[in-house]
Design a protein around this ligand. Sequence first.
Ligand code: NAD
Length: 256
Amino acid sequence: MLKGKTALVTGSTSGIGLGMALTLARQGARLMLNGFGDVDAALAQVRAVDPGAVYHGADMSKPEQIAEMVKSCESQLGSCDILINNAGIQHVAPLDEFPVERWDAIIAINLSSAFHAMRAALPGMKARGWGRILNIASVHGLVASANKSAYVAAKHGIVGLTKAAALENATSGVTINAICPGWVLTPLVQKQVDARAAADGVSNDEAKRRLLAEKQPSLQFTTPEELAELAVFLCSPAAGNIRGVAWAVDGGWTAQ
Ligand code: NAD
């Protein structure tokens, strides 16, 4: 399906981003990975499918590094046809105790990075007449939860940014959409499971059950693979007129 296309997935060394990178590679796309942590393990997994996969270590809080990464994708892979803005962090605290430095980091990494990456990638996509941009927002781009002010602000922001960018490019071959997952069991969420287990004095499994029961009616975690299959569909010709949507994959969370 994606043979001949190139894809840059930010924050693809773990969780949802790694799942996206693997699935796009299986569909024939050539990948550039990005992110911190166990880079070698992530690159090895993707290279097992796409031996030419490359990596760029841009810090998604640094605009000039983001622009450089997109340029490097275009020069190393020949283009940046698919851009998945996925890198993200979380911090949980009441607003009046929220560390200012965490607010700034969440806005930079979860919101502004998508602006900088799109700004850098759009000219090439428009010139080639084809592009797909997927912004990984969240249910928190559609509804709020207490103690997540920065995350909710950033995710509502990225949904708005997606709509504005989609409208600007509505007559072009470049579509821009957001995906809004509910709970997905990645390292980002495992920290919240650990915090819940400690606060309630319960096991890891019971903490997971309580988190799901509170918000996600299906009582199942969404998986990175499910999100990646949606990304493949949004990159397909059938999705050519889907523009500016915020697509929830949340087990019913936002239907309530
Ligand atoms: P994760 O912690 O497994 O992965 C986050 C990725 O971002 C990692 O590769 C990490 O290295 C990278 N990253 C973090 N800071 C970075 C920086 N400054 N520069 C470059 N890379 C950086 O988390 P995840 O759950 O897979 O989250 C991925 C995205 O999905 C995030 O935007 C998150 O908000 C969103 N999301 C997650 C869930 C969930 O339940 N896990 C739900 C909705 C939305």
